[in-house]
Design a protein around this ligand. Structure first.
Ligand code: GLU
Length: 460
């Protein structure tokens, strides 16, 4: 080894030791927060080459400060159900990092929501939001409230009670929530109404994902799904591949899935399967999106009702089995950890060529390892699903300028943002010694901007 190589080696070793030390103390401080620790592990492992090049980041405790949220707020959400019974849920908002702008990230209403889930989502949001190039920090929130089977008035009363506490923690320049699983434009409407009532001012930019009548942005509904497909398209193009003529499987049937299916179909792919938390449908002629939209967007029906309208399609009542369907492109758009190591191996064995993560953290660390070690293309969540929050930032920009852009204008901006995220992630991967590795590249590109801003703003 020459002197240069020895110096480099020792810098890498110092960086590795630093990362290991910070991860161990994060584990110790947050026992049992498995999802949060998983998200931290995935990021920090990518950052070793960055710390080797930037010892000042270690000196100024960038990572120690990043893994500790600015604040975590939990609160009681009492509401009265349709039978007159008092119900109590727990509300959360984690304000993780505001180096780049006001905290920004969705609200998730799902029984699985706990501190670990909101912290993993909030942590990822820091880097995802940085990748969009928009001036937004990272946050997330939600509740263990289960919207399934609730009446419209129950949803409204719950949202009002949730906002009766949340309002004091948010604001257009402070923290701007939006939707996530279980929270779409209906819930955002009720939340916005209550915020406006309490504050007594019309602050459009306090929430995104609003209805078009009162400050919402065109193309926000489509943004996450479309963005995922735009990103995957860039990745495929680089290898001479295309959506056109390919077979695609998309898990989930919510907002992200529906618009990923729509854009993939517009690009000439055949989407043969989609799912919900009960099971999945397989339609070899291509999923009929109008039916899925009717069931899931207009109503709150289960995906098994699809086969009533399409008797040639099959329904299998185990959603995890969707990944046994052979496909060229797999778009996991349902939820965290839906793809484990065994599932990843099945996908690879069945000849999948590309994975595009539309959901947040849909693959376990072991599954990601399988993808990275095989020959397939892998588009990681923070980059591939950043289109939703990117258009949320465009919604904020329109609100503060008191203007509204056309669908095509917003869609064109979204497309450019997704292309930029792809280019910047590829560039960072190449610059830091892992060419082609979009996981490392997007983590590094997202991190570098946040770290630069944190350095500039001092130890706070
Ligand atoms: N929940 C979405 C996400 O995971 C969107 C957040 C937002 O628009 O603020 O990025």
């Amino acid at each position: 080894m020459n002197t240069m190589e020895t110096v480099l080696q020792s810098k890498k070793q110092t960086a590795q030791e630093y990362v290991t030390k910070v991860f161990q103390s994060t584990e110790k401080r947050n026992p049992h927060e498995n999802e949060f620790l998983q998200a931290v592990k995935e990021i920090v492992d990518s950052l070793v080459p960055v710390f080797a090049q930037h010892p000042e980041y270690m000196k100024y405790g960038i990572l120690e400060r990043l893994v500790e949220p600015d604040r975590v707020i939990t609160f009681r959400v009492p509401w009265v159900d349709d039978h007159g019974n008092v119900q109590v849920n727990r509300g959360f908002r984690v304000q993780f990092n505001s180096a780049l702008g006001p905290y920004k990230g969705g609200l998730r209403f799902h029984p699985s929501v706990n501190t670990s889930i909101v912290k993993f989502l909030g942590f990822e949001q820091i880097f995802k939001n940085s990748l969009t190039g928009q001036p937004i920090g990272g946050g997330k929130g939600g509740s263990d409230f289960d919207p399934k089977g609730k009446s419209d008035l129950e949803i409204m009363r719950f949202c009002q009670s949730f906002m009766t506490e949340l309002y004091r923690h948010i604001g257009p320049d402070v923290d701007v929530p939006a939707g996530d699983i279980g929270v779409s434009s209906r819930e955002i409407g009720y939340l916005f109404g209550q915020y406006k009532k309490i504050r007594g001012t019309f602050e459009a930019g306090v929430l995104t994902g609003k209805g078009l009548e009162y400050g919402g942005s065109l193309a926000r509904t489509e943004a996450t799904g479309y963005g995922t497909v735009y990103f995957v398209q860039e990745m495929l193009k680089d290898k001479g591949l295309d959506f056109k003529g390919s077979t695609v499987v998309v898990s989930g049937s919510g907002n992200v899935s529906i618009y990923a299916m729509e854009k993939a179909t517009q690009f000439g792919a055949t989407v043969v399967a989609c799912s919900d938390s009960d099971g999945f449908v397989y339609d070899e002629n291509g999923i009929d999106l109008d039916t899925v939209k009717e069931l899931k967007e207009a109503g709150s029906e289960r995906i098994n009702a699809y086969v009533e309208k399409h008797p040639n399609a099959q329904y299998i009542d185990d959603c995890t089995q969707i990944w046994t369907i052979p496909c060229d492109i797999a778009l996991p758009c349902a939820t965290q950890n839906e793809i484990d190591e065994a599932t990843a191996k099945t996908l690879v064995a069945n000849g999948v060529k590309a994975i595009g993560e539309g959901a947040n953290m849909p693959s376990t660390l072991a599954a990601i390892d399988v993808f990275l070690k095989s020959d397939i293309l892998f588009a990681p969540a923070k980059a591939a699903n950043a289109g939703g929050v990117a258009v949320s930032a465009l919604e904020m920009a329109q609100n503060s300028g008191k203007i509204s852009w056309s669908f095509d204008e917003v869609d064109a901006k979204l497309h450019e943002i997704m292309k930029d995220i792809y280019q910047n992630s590829m560039q960072a991967a190449a610059d830091y010694g892992t060419p082609g590795n979009l996981l490392a590249g997007s983590n590094i590109a997202g991190f570098n901007k946040v770290a630069g801003a944190m350095m500039a703003q001092g130890i706070i």
